[in-house]
Design a protein around this ligand. Structure first.
Ligand code: ADP
Ligand code: MG
Length: 343
């Protein structure tokens, strides 16, 4: 690919300086995204997905106990080095962020309509009147009932689910080039979730908006993401196209995540596979491969030396010493066809 990436993250590290010493919640994350791509970030709770995505736009900086290493390049600028005034211009203009908790980004002193209209006026150069009409449309698109009335509500007058949708409407109204969505639909019911995913996918198609979609739901990944990064304990351990995530996963952690998906066609009594053990504490990171403490394949090498991110294809990298063997065994053992998904 010769086109310049929309976002390039180089060896990003995020450190928290706590009373118990330095904790590195994101440890050497590298990836790039092209315009128009929808990339999923997956991994269990506590793996650093939120810290990583918030580090990209430095939303954690209000705490003075934080520091970064590496680079986050957007428009030839390193966001980690940018003065705050410049950073603020980029946030909510070129980059929008939506979270599970809507109150962190809604402004309590303006109505929902005013907040959406403001974004529209700024970015689409609409008149005040036209912007209000479009604001109602945006609210309707996110599934808010009686949007003509709701547009005049203040955030506190809305229920949690409605606040969530209003926040999404505001974030999308400015037609960002990059949307960072951190489990934005987790608290919403499936119908609304589907509507919002459709809306994101539509803006992605229409505007070429790039999306970094953080989720623990592999179903959502299958639906809208073109590629995926699997995170474990602050690092990307595998990255590939969504198709290969489901057909040719190599890292035992990725394979475990996939086996944990509830199967619609499975026996009701069938026990859901869950990955044994828990994510180790950041104050006690295992030497060698970070997953070794939970990995059925781990040997002495894994427990002492950190594996490199190895390329198995241009768009597929895996950080595991034994991925070749595991891949062959895994496919035989789990779909029974003996067919390599690769071939
Ligand atoms: N302000 C903070 N100070 C210290 N540790 C933190 C802070 N915020 C997050 N962490 C730690 O960083 C790790 C990653 O958290 P997070 O990014 O929220 O995980 P995820 O989003 O994948 O569930 C966790 O171990 C969490 O406890
Ligand atoms: Mg999170």
């Amino acid at each position: 690919m010769t086109e310049k990436p929309l976002l390039q993250v180089n060896n990003l590290k995020t450190h928290f300086h706590t009373e118990r010493g330095r904790i590195t919640a994101v440890n050497g994350v590298t990836f790039s995204m092209q315009k128009g791509e929808i990339i999923g970030i997956v991994g269990e709770s506590g793996c650093g997905k939120s810290v990583m995505s918030q580090s990209i736009v430095r939303l954690l900086d209000h705490s003075d106990a934080i520091s970064y290493d590496g680079e986050v390049l957007f428009d030839n600028k390193d966001l980690l080095q940018l003065p705050y005034a410049k950073l603020r211009q980029i946030r909510g203009n070129d980059i929008s962020i939506i979270f599970q908790d809507p109150l962190t980004s809604l402004n309590p002193v303006y109505t929902v309509g005013e907040q959406i209209a403001e974004a529209l006026r700024l970015h689409q150069k609409l008149s005040r009147k036209a912007a209000m009409v479009k604001a109602v449309d945006m609210l309707r698109l996110t599934g808010i009932p009686s949007p003509e009335r709701r547009v005049h509500d203040y955030p506190h007058e809305l229920s949690g689910g409605m606040q969530q949708r209003a926040m999404i409407a505001i974030a999308l109204a400015c037609e960002p080039r990059l949307l960072i969505a951190d489990e934005p639909t987790t608290a919403l019911d499936v119908t609304i979730q589907a509507q919002i995913l459709d809306l994101i996918a539509e803006l992605n198609r229409k505007l070429g908006m790039g999306v970094l979609f953080i989720t623990h739901d592999l179903g959502v990944v299958a639906e809208i993401c073109s590629g995926v990064k699997v995170m474990y304990l602050g690092q990307i351990v595998e990255e590939m196209s969504t198709e290969r995530l489901f057909t040719a996963p190599r890292h035992p952690y990725t394979q475990g995540l996939i086996r944990s998906i509830p199967r619609m066609d499975g026996n009701r009594g069938e026990k859901l596979h869950v990955i044994e053990g828990t994510v180790p504490s950041l104050t006690d990171v295992p030497p060698g491969c970070r997953f070794a403490t939970r990995c059925p394949y781990a040997d002495e090498l894994c427990r002492t030396e950190e594996p490199p991110m190895e390329r198995v294809q241009d768009d597929h990298g895996v950080k595991c010493w034994h991925h070749e063997r595991i891949f062959e065994e895994g496919v035989d053992a789990h779909d029974g066809t003996g067919q390599r998904a690769d071939s």
